[in-house]
Write a protein that binds this ligand. Sequence first.
Ligand code: NDP
Length: 537
Amino acid sequence: MIFSKSYCPHSTRVKELFSSLGVECNVLELDQVDDGAKVQEVLSEITNQKTVPNVFVNKVHVGGCDQTFQAYQSGLLQKLLQEDSAYDYDLIIVGGGSGGLSCAKEAAILGKKVMVLDFVVPSPQGTSWGLGGTCVNVGCIPKKLMHQAALLGQALCDSRKFGWEYNQQVKHNWETMTKAIQNHISSLNWGYRLSLREKAVAYVNSYGEFVEHHKIKVTNKKGQETYYTAAQFVIATGERPRYLGIQGDKEYCITSDDLFSLPYCPGKTLVVGASYVALECAGFLAGIGLDVTVMVRSILLRGFDQEMAEKVGSYMEQHGVKFLRKFIPVMIQQLEKGSPGKLKVLAKSTEGTETIEGVYNTVLLAIGRDSCTRKMGLEKIGVKINEKSGKIPVNDVEQTSVPYVFAVGDISEGKPELTPVAIQSGKLLARRLFGASLEKIYHTLFWPLEWTVAGRENNTCYAKIICNKLDHDRVIGFHILGPNAGEVTQGFAAAMKCGLTKQLLDDTIGIHPTCGEVFTTLEITKSSGLDITQKGC
Ligand code: NDP
C-alpha cells in the first residue's frame, strides 16, 4: 500500500521500484482524493511520518522513500513481500516488564493476537523472580517499600515528641519486612498474569532468541525449545546489574537483584557505586539501623545537579552513612561463610597508590546496568545494536534498523531509564502500530503503595480530571481522594493556572511510585463506563 502524491518525485521512485519487482500495489494519490489531507493527518498520527510516500507491506509500516530503498537493499523488502498473514501472532513481545506489558495489553485491546515472552536468568547468587520486570520485582516497588520501613523507624522516634509513650524496645526485623514485601510482589506477579489472561495475551515463561526473519526460538527452564512466528516484534528486555570484574565479585557480592529478597539481614554493608541505586539502597539500609559505607569512585550522582547531590550526601552522612571517596574495590575475599558471612574488601585509591582494607558482612554492587540484548540472536535478523553500550538505536517511532522490530524501555538508546517512560512508550507504540484512539471526564481508582503492605483497602483512592473538549481538552477540574491530597493538588493547581491540558498531562513523566503520577496515565473516560478498579500496581 503506497500513500503517494502524483507530483512527488520520491513517490514516483518508490512506485517504479515496486513495479520493477513485479509487485502490484495499492496506490492512493492523496492530492487526487477529496479527503487526502485528512488521510495524511491520520497517517501521521499512526506512523509519526508526515510526508509521502508512506509505504506499508503486508501491514508492516516500512516508511518513506529512503527506508523503502534501504529495506530493498538489505533484502528485507523482498522478504516482507513474500510474507502473508500466516504468522502465529500479530505481535510477539520479548520481555514482560513495564514496557513490554503495557504494549502487550494495549495491542490486545486493539484486537491483536499477542504473545509475551518473559524469562529471568538467575543472578550469580541464584535469585530470580516472576512476571513484571525490574520495577516491580527488584526496583522501584521493593525499594520504596524498604524506604517506607526506614521512614517508619524515623516516625517512631518522632512519635515520642508527639506524645506517644511506649516501653517496648524498638528493633527492626529484616525477615518480617522482606517476607511482607515479597508477598506483595507475588500478588503483583499474579495480577499481571491475570490481566494478560483476561486480555487473551499468551504468556510464555521462556527465553526468546531470533533464529530467522519473523521467527523466534523460545526455550523454557527445562531446555525444551519451541518456535513461533509473528508479523511484528517488540524487544523490551531491560537491563541487569553490572559486575566489577575483579576477584571474588560474582562469588561473594550481591546486587539490587538479590537485596530485596535476601533471606537474612545483610548486616554491616559496603555499597559500591554512587548513583541512584547505590544511594537509595544505602539510605534505607542505614534507615533500618545497619552500619553502611558507600564507596564512591568519583562524584555522587553523576549527571545530577551537583549542589543537590552534595546536599544529599551530607544529609546521608549526618544520618549515619559513611562515605569512602575516591576508592575502588580491587579484590573481595571471603573470611567467614554465613548468613551473612564476613568479607574482606581490598580497595585502592583512584588518585594515588594508597590501598585500604575493610571487613563487611555484605558487599552490594550498584555500579550501573547492562542491556540484555547480546544473547537474543538480533544479529541473525540484522537488528543493529550499539556495540559499546548494547543499547538498541531506535527512530522516533521506536523502530529498530529492521522495520518490523521495535524496542521500548531501558534498552532503547538515548531514552531515560525510567518505568513511566517505558509504560508510556509501550502503550503509544501499540496505538501507533494497531490504530490510534481519541480521547471529558477521566477518572481512575488507585492504591497507594504505602497502603498495600499495611493491608489498607484497595480501590478507595480516586483521581478525576474534567477537560474542556472545545478548548484543546484543557483541564478545568481536578480532584484527588487519597493521602497527601493537599500536596499533590498544590503542584497541579499551578499547572492549571498555566493552561494545563490532557495532552500535557499525558506528556508528563510520572514520578514513580507516587500517588500524583496517577494523573499522567489517566486513560478511562467516565462516559466509556469501563472498569476503573485496580488489580495491580
Ligand atoms: P548508573 O549507571 O547511574 O551509575 C553507576 C555508578 O557506579 C556511578 O556512581 C559510577 O561512578 C559507579 N561506578 C561505575 N563503575 C564503577 C566501578 N568499576 N567501580 C566503582 N564505581 C563504579 O547506575 P545505577 O545502577 O545507579 O542506575 C542505573 C539506572 O537506573 C540509571 O539510569 C538510573 O536512572 C536508573 N534508576 C532510576 C531510579 C529512579 O528513577 N528512582 C532508581 C534507580 C535507578 P562514576 O560516576 O565515577 O562513573
